[in-house]
Design a protein around this ligand. Sequence first.
Ligand code: NDP
Length: 344
Amino acid sequence: MRIAFCTRLDPAEHAAWLATLRGLRPQDEWCESWPEGAALDAAVVAQPPHGALSGLRGLKLIQSLWAGVDRLLADDSLPADVPLARMVDPSMTAAMAESAQWAVLCLHRHFFDYAAQQAKGLWQQRPQRRAQEVSVLVLGAGAMGLGVAMRLRGLGYQVQAWRRGLSAARPAHPMDPVRVLAATDPALAPSAAEAAEAGETAATAEVPILQGQAALEAALPQTEILINLLPLTAHTRGFLNARLFEAMPAGSAVVNFGRGAHLVEADLLAALERGPLRRAVLDVFHEEPLPRDHAFWSHPRITVLPHVAALTDMRTAAQVVATNLARVEAGQAPLHRVDRARGY
Ligand code: NDP
């Protein structure tokens, strides 16, 4: 195959990806530049410049190296009729579960508060509750949301995940456990070793999946920790807003690991100031890097991460790319195809 490799990664990372992909698919011709109107079979991309893929002929796949495809879909020059696949990387899912585990543990056991106390030389013990007493709602029950929900369930938290409920490939019943879901999509099922490593058993990994607006509204008043893992679409832009925060109980917390544009920043600051929120953990922002003078940096109850909740892991993700290239070469549909009309 002739494959366009087009990224705006830093040069060392770009070169490392290319070497890894060439190692897995040495029979292919990997191109970093091409003439106008060139014939290429596939494109592997990470934040390609606007227009980079327009005019190419014969493309059978555009494979993103990133899980979120909102920026790609915002490029109106992306060839409209070519299948687009997002990255579903098992190592990235595991990393997201770790980040969520850290955030939830720090919120539940007051470790963020203890760090602030240390800065002031303050010795003060806070109440210790059981994980079973803490309710967590994960927005999004996709590769990331389910990975997070299952990890937290394995740690004993009361976890629910929420989804739109439109994907035909996923179960229609509002309370289907994850194990049923995983059985319908092997890519989502953890291996026995991964489950054991995470301390999960089939019983503890069961997570109720909620569907639709009414279920969300019923769950929010009982949600102490809300973790956003929705994709950024026309429906989800500004989803973390005053109306949603007001439905949550006093002392609750928000973790945004999705996209910066999910959050209405002024509404978050107001909800932290006047209630009901006590803390926020933010990994993604409207503008990245977060501007040096942004209010979030110095807010005493906001924790800022530099978009690191889960990075694509080249070692496993390159295998995912190679699998998808082999599939389209064999005339099969690629895995993890994006529904462009839906936006994810
Ligand atoms: P998936 O496509 O696998 O899952 C998306 C989930 O969101 C699905 O359950 C879907 O519902 C649900 N959803 C979508 N739109 C709506 C809506 N309007 N209302 C309710 N539910 C909705 O995506 P991933 O899990 O792989 O990734 C999710 C996002 O996580 C990415 O788009 C990216 O923005 C972010 N991300 C962030 C990273 C970081 O480091 N901070 C790293 C990786 C990803 P349904 O099941 O019904 O289709």
